[in-house]
Design a binder for this molecule. Structure first.
Ligand code: ADP
Ligand code: MG
Length: 263
């Protein structure tokens, strides 16, 4: 059965795009046919961090009735199929968010998982993805403004007939995760489905335009994402032996030799 998840938050910058790209890539790596649609049509980022910024046909063209969905699907190296949005303001203005429903109906025929990277805020393009998903996953940072905005998004989801599966707490301080989980479940009133620690490799991976789960698969954030993906896919999660994303021997050797900074 196909599952459609919208990754939402309320507040911008909580890590929706990071989660969408990496959860999607991980599901694909687990052998699930997975698509990711960048429904953040105003502030499109998926294409940028996946190296698809020059994609000739994007969701913008499809939502403006100027392009075919088949031409807007790009297979990334992790085998995740991505439908990026364009970065032009004009493209955003011409795109009709209501058409996202039709695009979704078309995509669910082809995959096992469809992830939708939602925009922040409660404008029309933000509300449609909350209403059409089977489940909404909230990405929250452990800070009050993020929690309050996530609560608003949860209420809005329910108002428009959607359903919240739970939340992912992103950018945590690892030691405090138990306390944060309890607090979050109490305040937000949803299950915590995963905790992703603050991890400097996230930024490194996005500069390299590669998902962290591929570039640094054993780093703390990657392992947390793998656990969430395994749960969603109904696959038992195996903890890897390595504890940190270590620089490879050759990289370290050449860095010392050429006095380069670590990546
Ligand atoms: N777990 C993390 N550790 C470190 N940096 C992170 C983490 N998650 C996200 N970031 C950084 O936070 C910023 C915002 O993330 P992004 O996914 O673009 O948020 P959103 O899509 O919600 O606006 C990015 O620069 C990203 O690299
Ligand atoms: Mg984003």
């Amino acid at each position: 059965m196909v599952k459609v998840y919208t990754i939402a938050s309320g507040k911008g910058g909580t890590g929706k795009t990071m989660v969408s790209v990496n959860l999607g890539t991980m599901l694909a790596q687990l052998g699930k046919e997975t698509y990711l649609m960048d429904a953040d049509i105003g502030m499109a980022n998926v294409g940028l961090i996946m190296g698809l910024q020059d994609a000739p046909v994007t969701l913008h063209e499809v939502l403006a009735g100027k392009g075919k969905i088949d031409d807007a699907i790009y297979t990334t190296p992790g085998n995740l199929k991505v439908i990026p949005s364009g970065i032009s303001l004009q493209g955003f203005q011409q795109a009709d968010p209501e058409k996202i429903r039709d695009v979704m109906s078309e995509l669910v025929k082809r995959c096992e998982f469809l992830l939708i990277d939602a925009p922040a805020g409660i404008s029309k393009d933000g509300v449609v993805p909350l209403a059409i998903a089977d489940e909404v996953i909230l990405v929250v940072n452990p800070e009050i403004s993020s929690i309050v905005d996530a609560l608003k998004t949860k209420i809005l989801t329910e108002v428009v007939g959607g359903h919240v599966l739970g939340c992912i707490i992103n950018r945590t301080d690892q030691e405090k995760s138990d306390v944060i989980t309890k607090k979050m479940e109490k305040v937000l009133g949803v299950r915590v489905i995963g905790i992703i620690p603050e991890d400097a490799n996230v930024r490194r991976a996005s500069s390299a335009k590669t998902p962290i789960v591929i570039k640094y698969p054993t780093s703390p954030a990657s392992r947390a994402i793998k656990k969430i993906a395994s749960d969603l896919a109904g696959i038992a999660y195996k903890e890897e032996k390595t504890t940190e994303a270590k620089e490879g021997f050759i990289d370290r050797f050449s860095r010392v030799l050429f006095r380069k900074k670590p990546e």
